[in-house]
Design a protein around this ligand. Structure first.
Ligand code: PBG
Ligand code: ZN
Length: 337
């Protein structure tokens, strides 16, 4: 057997004075000095709702995530509430799509009915409704088209109309994710004018045009039929613009601001945290979920530890609220700990 030759060089070892390892020695010490915690109360579970009843349909690009109908979503929300989850984010997948997203402002639309049912059966849960049009338009863009481009101001009217139907259905927080300019102000003005001063707005403020929305677009059937969203969502290269978008949403009346996606934009999250006082949300999006899940299903990564580390990263970077498809799993695990 070959052994390593003992080197003849004389080595000097100066014992360190500072030894940070002292506080890493036992689990109790590590927990005592831990700087950041993930709170189940700050996690929001996204939920996809479609018409019909008895639906519990797994999304192929997002193993472990399902599409529900109004009746089954209420059961799921009950389970989430029992796990300690305080908020859900609703996405509707309608039967009917057209040029002007008319099923989005139908008082009997799928989000409206889901919200009514949840607020009736599980009133303690906060219902947040994603406010966008791409699931409802035949062309899959987030607003009303004029030629091949999305008409900003025509879309503002549509967003306000939809927001009112959500507020009437008991939605606690509307969350515009379309990235039209001036939407927060128009939504706030119209909610107020119709007596919904208490309905909050969580603005997707720094929402980047990202490849990580891919699995979601399959889940929600919302991929654009032509082109992409780069004329309204932000360029991934832009930090300063993220601060400007956030400042505008705050001036216009947003109650909560958001950075989206999460992991590739932790720097932006930290900068927004340092620059503004409002509650800050981060969206750990579908592609981030699917990547981790795919690796875990192949045994290439330890799912639970990777999820814990990911959610911790958002808290450490300054998020108060984390929207994540892992919310239920994390909450169930936190129960057992
Ligand atoms: C609607 C919307 C999208 C997401 C949230 N709201 C899709 C998009 O902008 O194309 C993405 C969520 C996710 O990927 O988990 N505009
Ligand atoms: Zn959209």
């Amino acid at each position: 057997m070959k052994t390593i030759d003992a080197p003849s060089d004389q080595i000097v070892v100066t014992p360190p004075y500072a030894r940070p390892r002292r506080l890493r020695r036992t689990a109790a010490l590590r927990e005592m000095v831990r700087e950041t915690q993930v709170h189940v109360e700050g996690l929001v579970q996204p939920l996809f709702v479609l018409p019909g009843s008895g639906v519990h349909q797994e999304i192929s690009s997002m193993p472990g995530i399902y599409r529900y109908s109004v009746d089954t979503v209420v059961e799921e929300v009950r389970r989430l509430a029992e796990l300690g989850i305080r908020g859900v984010l609703l996405f509707g997948i309608p039967d009917h799509k057209d040029e002007i997203a008319s099923s989005n402002y139908d008082p009997n639309g799928v989000v409206q009915r889901a919200s009514e049912a949840i607020k009736r059966e599980v009133p303690e849960i906060t219902v947040i409704a994603d406010l966008c049009n791409c699931e409802y338009t035949s062309h899959g863009h987030c607003g009303i088209l004029k030629g091949e481009s999305v008409d900003n101001d025509a879309t503002l009217e549509l967003l306000a109309r939809v927001a009112l139907t959500y507020a009437r259905a008991g939605v606690d927080v509307v969350a515009p994710s379309d990235m039209m300019d001036g939407r927060v102000r128009v939504i706030r003005e119209n909610l107020d004018a119709h007596g919904f001063q208490e309905t909050a707005i969580m603005a997707y403020s720094a929402k980047f045009a990202s490849a990580y929305y891919g699995p979601f677009r399959e889940a929600a059937e919302s991929a654009p039929a032509f082109g992409d969203r780069r004329s309204y969502q932000m360029d991934p290269a832009n930090r300063r613009e993220a601060l400007r978008e956030t400042a505008l949403d705050i001036e216009e009346g947003a109650d909560i601001v958001m950075v989206k996606p999460g992991l590739p934009y932790l720097d932006v999250l930290r900068e927004v945290r340092d620059a503004f006082e409002l509650p800050l949300a981060v969206y750990n999006v579908s592609g981030e979920y699917s990547m981790l899940k795919a690796a875990a299903l192949r045994g290439w990564i330890e799912e639970e530890r990777a999820v814990d580390e990911t959610l911790l990263a958002f808290a450490r970077a300054g998020a108060d609220i984390t929207i994540t498809y892992f919310a239920a799993d994390f909450a169930a695990r936190a129960r057992r700990r």
